[in-house]
Design a protein around this ligand. Structure first.
Ligand code: NAI
Ligand code: MG
Length: 501
């Protein structure tokens, strides 16, 4: 297929992703506006991926995975029970010595191959992710798949150098069998975040995708096999919370890595207490996004939009608490409301779509309950009147003004396209309000003054702080939180520590 540089529709951008790894494969078609759903190559039904084979679940139960933008069934996914989880953990245990003791350069070569295959199949993966998750194809294409490939590339590079960066005489030793439970907001990317550093360190894995978004992880199984990952090194068990709990509580798992809600994170931490299993948790957030009066407001507006409406706001590090310096509040809100008129909500397969579908009926109900709570608490709900599709799960981009720090919409994670706007007068007040949260995952600052930015960064209790940008990610950069946002880091050199003894 030929790649078209110019489009007759000016809204279809012919420009390409920024990362050098993300040179557009020839298969991308930039000419048409609506991406072709058939590229996802879906099977009617998926079994479990255990020991390098597709295995039927012991109880012969499957559940539906639906497209949240249409409510149509995409495929059936196996429901793994404790027997299946046990089978997967045993396979990972058996595969451990072979993978751990393989020459590191050989392991590296396999992980580089995974990265390359992710790139080569990026269009198929992006379409599949968008169908299963509801996120705009522009994001799955330019962010999720690109970063997933980048993570494998980055950690492949570490694989044969680990011994050289440890103190003399120390050898990098894997933890062992890792149980990894991931959420539905970035399904393929979270699988890559978890698997790439674990595999680079010589561990073997059992991965449990979220129940609403298992399909890209199952496709990744094929890619891992094709790249030469030996049987049993990565096993994929699908199912809901009980499947995750069976994995977490399996006695022969050495380490658990979890990304998801703070409630489930706390539960896992309790159940692991005293077992000697290692644990890392990446949980919720309620990030403060600070706008100072000396900031370039037009640019800040773009950052705010990216901060809260990226992935429909279903992002743990979303800039969901906007703190604006009082003197520019009115001006900024006017700019923001005007900009929100241009957000295109709708078919996630349309390359011009900015805001796709909410991932599930359950999540939509949660977001809608917060919209009611906000109004009930006395905040003012604002945003464009959007025509939303008749079927599927949709929420228009929304912001609340007149929010006070104790309101639930200012303190609790909504995980949707809903921004709460608060104000401050002085930098000290900004810090105090920003840190007044149970969470501490991320924060953002917009200011023209570098000295102010650095002073603020020192005082913000957040694992990641963006300055004059927001929601930018890179495999070389550590990510993780303070307080109830969890512990342990993913990404970068730091992301390897939890996978090494
Ligand atoms: P969840 O925490 O229930 O689900 C995350 C993953 O954990 C899924 O794979 C799920 O099957 C698994 N899981 C559920 N219960 C488990 C248990 N007892 N033991 C082991 N694994 C278990 O999150 P959910 O219910 O999908 O979303 C609820 C809220 O959590 C969202 O509204 C959002 O506020 C927050 N959330 C935060 C995420 C983040 O990236 N920090 C990701 C997903 C949700
Ligand atoms: Mg849940």
């Amino acid at each position: 297929m030929t790649r078209v540089q110019e489009s007759s529709d000016p809204r279809v951008e012919p420009k390409r992703p920024v990362h050098p790894l993300a040179a557009p494969p020839e298969s991308w078609d930039y000419a048409t506006s609506i991406e072709d759903a058939s590229l996802a190559n879906l099977r009617d039904r998926y079994d479990l991926w255990i020991d390098g084979e597709w295995v039927k679940p012991a109880k012969k139960l499957w559940f539906e995975s639906i497209n949240p933008s249409t409510e149509q069934t995409l495929s059936e996914v196996a429901h793994a029970g404790p027997t299946d989880v046990d089978k997967a953990v045993r396979a990972a245990r058996r595969a451990l010595p072979g993978w751990r003791d393989m020459p590191a350069s050989h392991r590296a070569r396999i992980l580089f191959a995974v990265s390359r295959l992710l790139q080569e199949r990026s269009r198929e993966l992006a379409v599949l992710e968008t169908l299963d998750n509801g996120k705009p194809i522009r994001e799955s294409r330019d962010v999720d798949v690109v970063l997933a490939a980048q993570h494998f590339f980055y950690y492949a590079g570490w694989t044969d150098k680990l011994d050289h960066v440890l103190p003399a005489g120390r050898k990098a030793e894997p933890i062992g069998v890792c149980g990894q439970v991931i959420p539905w907001n970035f399904p393929l990317l979270m699988a890559a975040w978890k698997l790439a550093p674990a595999l680079a360190g010589g561990n073997t894995c059992v991965l449990k995708p979220a129940e609403t978004t298992s399909l890209t992880a199952l496709r990744l199984a094929e890619i891992l096999e094709e790249a030469g990952v030996p049987p049993g090194v990565v096993n994929i068990v699908t199912g809901a919370g009980e499947t995750g709990a069976a994995l977490v509580n399996h006695p022969d798992v050495d380490k658990i890595a979890f990304t998801g809600s703070t409630d489930v994170g706390k539960l896992i931490q309790k159940s692991l207490a005293g077992t000697g299993k290692r644990l890392t948790l990446e949980l919720g957030g309620k990030a403060a996004h600070l706008i100072f009066d000396d900031a370039p407001l037009d640019q800040a507006v773009e950052g705010i939009i990216q901060g809260i409406y990226f992935n429909q706001g279903q992002v743990c590090c979303a800039g969901s608490r906007l703190l604006v310096q009082e003197s520019v509040e009115r001006q900024l809100i006017d700019l923001l409301l005007a900009r929100m008129q241009n957000i295109r909500v709708g078919n996630p397969l349309d390359k011009n779509t900015d805001l796709g579908a909410i991932n599930s009926e359950e999540q939509l109900a949660k977001i809608e309950s917060y919209l009611e709570i906000g109004e009930h608490e006395g905040a003012t709900r604002r945003g464009p009147q959007c025509e939303l599709p008749a079927s599927g799960y949709w929420c228009a981009p929304t912001l609340f003004t007149g929010v006070t720090p104790t309101m639930r919409i200012a303190t609790e994670e909504i995980f949707g396209p809903v921004l709460s706007v608060l104000t401050f007068r002085t930098p000290d007040e900004a810090i105090e309000k920003a840190n007044n949260s149970l969470y501490g995952l991320s924060a953002g600052i917009w200011s023209d003054k570098g000295s102010k930015v650095f002073r603020m960064i020192e005082k913000l209790r957040a694992g990641v702080v963006w300055a004059n940008t927001y929601n930018k990610f890179d495999a070389s950069s550590p990510f993780g939180g303070y307080k109830e946002s969890g512990f342990g880091r993913e990404g970068g050199w730091h992301g390897l520590f939890p996978y090494l003894k």
